[in-house]
Design a protein around this ligand. Structure first.
Ligand code: ADP
Length: 497
């Protein structure tokens, strides 16, 4: 990994404006290794922060709160604009860091950095548009109004699949609203978070406004971030399992929460769909980030009349995807994040095959001759896989796969398609392919999901409200709604003479 600016490689916690090793002298081990999932190469030894460092960081965020919330929105926006510019200036290095520690193809990493930066720019702009209300009074000697105020100290726990965008989507609105923050990135991908924060420091964002704890003890650090009395809100992106733990902890002191949790996205391909367009969308959504995204298609429901044609077209196209090292420009599918992830994905596939599914492509361990790039750990990769005839009660279509595996199922009627699509505890994203406008409307309304893509899978950006219903989460990130998650509404009643 050769960065143009090697000073972006940080290996310490950032607390109260200082880069520091863990202050917990009993912590063992003192450091942990961050590795390249494709090769196993150790990229850095990072300090192993603990719950003690988390406490210190919360106190630092609390100490910085008064001054930060006291700035005008324009002043806070100015800092965020500088940070945005620095992220874009360093896009190449940040992308290389991400591909090195996370594995995704370099083009996807570059796109993620621009996407990550867009949240900082967007919320710099939104900071200036936090309005209150004047409420028409219901009493002659009272005047009624509301103002919006920052929630206070916020903590954020972020995942490894989008290590930069999931961080800025939380930090951007928090800082814009006047909150201060403590971030705990995933232990698999701390370097992307630390580099972003190094740029925030360069942008002049004052000490204590942003703090980062890196460490392997996620549960210990998480407990402090979800229960400390100075913390007023916790925002989390990750699994539904961990989200439920954090919700339970946050409930003890009634903290505000935002939860972006798991998904089980269906795509409904109707008989009148443009098949080429549907196949392009399915591939883009399913195989992006090797299938490790919470909105990526988890189940394909295709109308029985077009099943053959759709499947043939899909097979041809998926066969040409190239697996290997993310820094090789021809590669479209990188490694999975860990070897355990590969084992888990393969177990889901094996179970589906044992229950009547048929492998049209892949379904077996990756072989070295099919990999592109040098020095690769073949056990970290999984081949693009298509399974046909998958039964609705199989784990593969009821769990979040988080791998490059595409299960195919068929339907005969619209009602059947909608019932299968909604038969899950998740409700994040769903997709429809149809050329009938009325069908698109009715099905969009019937799907129990927070987001629906119609003839389109590229649904995310900073301008839209991202989020799920049911066990996929609480709250929305991005858009004009995203900043509300970091604001309290205060009502003021003025009595007149
Ligand atoms: P994923 O399946 O994407 O790894 P996780 O929910 O396991 O999702 O991880 C998301 C984030 O939650 C990571 O930063 C991880 O370190 C953190 N995490 C994992 N377990 C806990 C826990 N018990 N308490 C708090 N945070 C946790």
């Amino acid at each position: 990994m050769k960065l143009q600016d090697p000073s972006l490689l940080k290996t310490q916690c950032y607390i109260a404006g200082q880069w520091q090793d863990t202050q917990n002298h009993t912590a063992t081990p003192k450091v942990f290794a961050v590795t390249n999932p494709a090769t196993g190469e150790v990229l850095a030894q990072v300090t192993n922060g603990t719950h003690c460092d988390a406490e210190q960081a919360v106190l630092a965020a609390d100490a910085a709160l008064r001054d930060w919330r006291g700035l005008t929105a324009k002043e806070r926006a100015g800092y965020l604009q500088k940070w945005f510019a620095l992220i874009m200036e360093n896009q190449t290095d940040l992308a290389l860091l991400m591909t090195s520690e996370q594995g995704k193809p370099i083009a996807e990493a570059e796109a993620e950095i621009a996407y990550a930066a867009s949240f900082i720019e967007w919320f710099a702009e939104e900071a200036k548009r936090i309005y209150g209300d004047i409420i028409p009074t219901n009493h002659d000697n009272k005047r009624l109004l509301t103002i919006k105020q920052p929630v206070g100290v916020v903590t954020a726990i972020t995942p490894w699949n989008f290590p930069s965008a999931m961080l800025t989507r939380k930090v951007g609105p928090a800082l814009a609203a006047g909150c201060t923050i403590v971030i705990k990135p995933a232990a698999e991908t701390p370097l992307s978070a630390l580099a972003l924060v190094a740029l925030a420091q360069r942008a002049g964002i004052p000490a204590g406004v942003i703090n980062v704890i890196v460490g392997e003890d996620s549960a210990g650090i998480g407990e402090v971030l979800a229960t400390h009395p100075k913390v007023r809100k916790i925002t989390f992106t990750g699994s539904t399992r961990v989200g439920k733990i954090l919700l339970g902890l946050a409930a003890q002191s009634v903290k505000r929460v935002s939860m972006e949790l798991g998904g089980n996205a269906p795509v409904l391909v109707f008989a009148d769909a443009d098949i080429e367009q549907a196949v392009t969308g399915v591939i883009a959504s399913k195989y992006r980030n090797a299938g490790q995204t919470c909105i990526c298609i988890n189940r394909v429901l295709v109308h029985e009349d077009i099943k053959e044609q759709f499947t043939q077209c899909l097979l041809e196209r998926v066969k040409s995807l190239l697996v290997g090292l993310g820094t090789e420009v021809s590669v479209t599918i990188g490694p999975l994040i860990t070897q355990q992830a590969v084992t888990r994905v393969h177990a889901l596939v094996t179970d589906a095959l044992a229950n009547g599914a048929v492998a049209l492509l892949g379904g077996q361990a990756m072989t070295a001759d099919k990999l592109i790039g040098q020095g690769l750990k073949q056990q970290q990769f999984y081949p693009p896989t298509i399974l046909d005839n998958v039964q609705p009660d199989t784990a593969l279509v009821n769990e979040e796969i988080f791998g490059p595996v595409l299960p195919l199922m068929t339907f005969a009627t619209n009602q059947e398609a909608i019932s299968i699509a909604n038969a899950t505890e998740y409700g994040l994203a769903a997709y429809i392919y149809t050329s009938d406008n009325s069908n698109a409307w009715r099905v969009s309304e019937a799907l129990e999901y927070g987001m629906v893509g119609v003839n389109e899978v590229g649904i995310t950006s900073e301008v839209i409200p991202f989020g799920g219903i049911k066990e996929s989460g609480l709250g929305r990130e991005g858009s004009k709604y995203g900043i509300d998650e970091y604001l309290e509404t205060k009502y003021i009643c003025m009595g007149l003479d």
